[in-house]
Design a protein around this ligand. Structure first.
Ligand code: ADE
Ligand code: ZN
Length: 326
């Protein structure tokens, strides 16, 4: 349940959220039992003991392994419903949720089961949870680009209800430049474009995502601070950066939350928002991220409100919905 006091329940948009990263340990065991999937952990405690990460890859290994319990459309729907319930309590009023269809296809789960499972719940999320929702299909940068291009074609052919595409998974040595054709195809199809860049990878991956993939937003982007000219450009062009503070701590981009550059980024005038990334793995949902930031940095009500406004302004929400939330 939410740990934040009422004043922190700012109506905000969550723009950087992997639905598979909301799979809580209890649900992993429930789905494994339902589907007869053998788990390599005897109990919840043993699973939880694996949630100590040294870097992005050590997290991704567990994240992909735990996906094994997602087999049917109902599994994807139940996971999505559980996230929306928790997000509503956290003050989220609009979400742009990433899903990794390629990862599920590689495990033999049909594209339709994954997409329809998530999308069927998002279709009524405003009525059911007070949260408007959009879906982003994210592609795996540590897999061949041609494979991503093939999956995008299948998504387009099946008229999957996606607002855009993203790029995630292991960033080091997998630069945006390999995915130019994928992003061109997506843009030509009228989709929005986002990409993880500058999470663990260098700042010039952020420039590549902007210059070559022509993205509308950067996911993470914390490494922009290594290049002051890039910071000037991001400020000038108001490029949205979807920041995930607890994720950065748990994946060891920073040693502690006190070392997180979010206050510096706000002071520089960067267009930053606060997001939870993979909340079941990183110790908190968006309200927890806000509460810990506020307490660690003594953020003012104005600064917290600015972060919430930034999130709505950077969203792909319909104009009428944006107006409602601003
Ligand atoms: N997939 C899920 N979470 C991710 C993250 N934080 N970075 C890259 N890929 C991811
Ligand atoms: Zn992410």
């Amino acid at each position: 349940m939410p740990t934040a006091p009422d004043e922190l329940l700012l109506p905000c948009a969550e723009l950087h959220l992997h639905i598979e990263g909301t799979l809580e340990p209890e649900l992993i065991f429930e789905l494994a039992a339902r589907n007869g999937t053998a788990l390599p952990y005897a109990n919840l405690e043993e699973l939880r003991s694996r949630y100590e990460f040294t870097d992005l890859q050590s997290f991704l290994d567990l994240y992909y392994a735990n996906m094994e319990v997602l087999r049917t459309q109902a599994d994807f729907a139940d996971m999505t419903r559980a996230y929306l319930r928790r997000a509503a309590a956290a003050g989220v009023r609009h979400v742009e949720m990433m899903v990794d269809p390629q990862a599920h296809l590689l495990r033999g789960v049909p594209l339709a089961d994954c997409i329809n499972g998530v999308a069927s719940v998002l279709a009524t999320s405003l009525e059911d949870f007070g949260i408007s929702a959009e879906l982003i299909a994210a592609f795996l940068r540590d897999r061949p680009a041609a494979e991503a291009e093939e999956v995008l074609e299948q998504l387009l052919e099946s008229r999957a209800p996606i607002v855009g595409i993203g790029l995630d998974s292991a960033e080091a040595d997998n630069p945006p430049e390999g995915f130019v054709a994928l992003y061109r195809r997506a843009r030509d199809a009228g989709l929005k474009c986002v990409a993880h860049a500058g999470e663990e990878g260098p700042s010039h991956y952020i420039e590549q995502a902007l210059d070559l993939l022509l993205v509308d937003r950067i996911d993470h982007g914390v490494r922009c601070l290594d290049d002051s000219e890039l910071v000037d450009r991001l400020v000038r062009d108001r490029v949205p950066l979807t920041i995930c503070p607890l994720s950065n701590v748990r994946l060891r981009s920073v040693d502690t939350l006190l070392d997180h550059p979010l206050p510096q980024m706000l002071a520089a005038g960067l267009n930053v928002s606060v997001n939870s990334d993979d909340p079941a793995y990183f110790g908190g949902y968006v309200d927890d991220n806000f509460a810990l930031l506020r307490d660690t940095f003594d953020l003012s009500a104005d600064q917290l409100a600015q972060l919430a406004v930034n999130s709505v302004e950077a969203s792909f929400a319909q104009p009428a919905r944006r107006a409602e939330l601003l």
